[in-house]
Ligand binder design. Structure first.
Ligand code: 3SL
Length: 233
């Protein structure tokens, strides 16, 4: 049987071998959640880029340029990284070049994997179903915050592992810890996550409503994945 492992922060990435595996990149607050909203609103592709300047160059080729650093939309960009930037907006057929503090960085760090998927609570069940069908080793890769551990990405890793525990072998302690954490928090995910450092950062920025939105489970039946240098459905 294939295995399930969890990388709790990008700083731990050198301890893992991604080759031949499916990596699920997780940045619940908010990059991977917002990317799911964007696809659901009609975006045809996201191009994750490392630097804001690269997004601006792509804007000249017709892309929408989206950039976030430290939780805030950068000046001069038409989009940031809030799910509400991508909700109820006519994005049909649009292409978005996006750079964020941690999430897009992890997509680039995962380049050795056989497949790179976008995981968020918004598409949790779809990602689990996709992984089940593939029967390949899965790594849940938590983006964390600037190489540090965070609660919200770990909770998602635990939720995904719970859905896959009958199909994949789970012998990895970080996954077992994530599953226990999810068990503790699952009856009131939003309430639990409010104590997280990133939630407090959002409170200071006045964007707490993004948290409740990102904690909704399995409202989108989509699995964005890397194809070449882009994210597509
Ligand atoms: O780090 C990231 O990629 C972002 O998701 C952070 S924030 O939610 O926009 O603050």
């Amino acid at each position: 049987m294939a295995n399930f492992e969890t990388i709790l922060t990008p700083a731990l990435l050198p301890q893992y071998d991604l080759k031949g595996k499916t990596v699920v990149v997780i940045d619940i607050l908010r990059a991977t959640s917002s990317i799911c909203v964007g696809f659901n609103s009609g975006v045809t592709l996201f191009r994750p880029v490392a630097h804001p300047e690269q997004a601006l160059v792509l804007e000249e080729d017709g892309f929408i340029a989206a950039a976030e650093r430290n939780g805030q939309k950068l000046e001069g960009f038409s989009m940031g990284n809030s799910p509400f930037d991508y909700l109820n907006t006519d994005l049909n057929g649009k292409q978005v070049a996006i750079t964020t503090t941690n999430g897009t960085r992890c997509l680039h760090l995962s380049y050795e994997a056989a497949e790179i998927l976008i995981g968020s609570f918004l598409n949790l069940q779809a990602v689990a179903d996709y992984c089940k069908k593939q029967n390949r080793d899965v790594i849940a890769f938590c983006a964390g915050w600037k190489d540090k551990f965070n609660l919200e990405d770990t909770l998602f890793a635990g939720a995904l592992a719970q859905l896959l525990q009958n199909d994949l072998v789970i012998e990895c302690d970080s996954t077992l810890a994530a599953m226990d954490l999810f068990d503790k928090a699952k009856t009131d995910l939003s309430g639990y996550i409010k104590k997280a450092s990133h939630a407090q950062r959002f409170e200071r920025l006045g964007i707490e409503k993004d948290i409740d939105f990102c904690m909704q489970q399995s409202i989108y039946n989509i699995v964005p994945r890397i194809v070449g240098e882009d994210l597509k459905l």
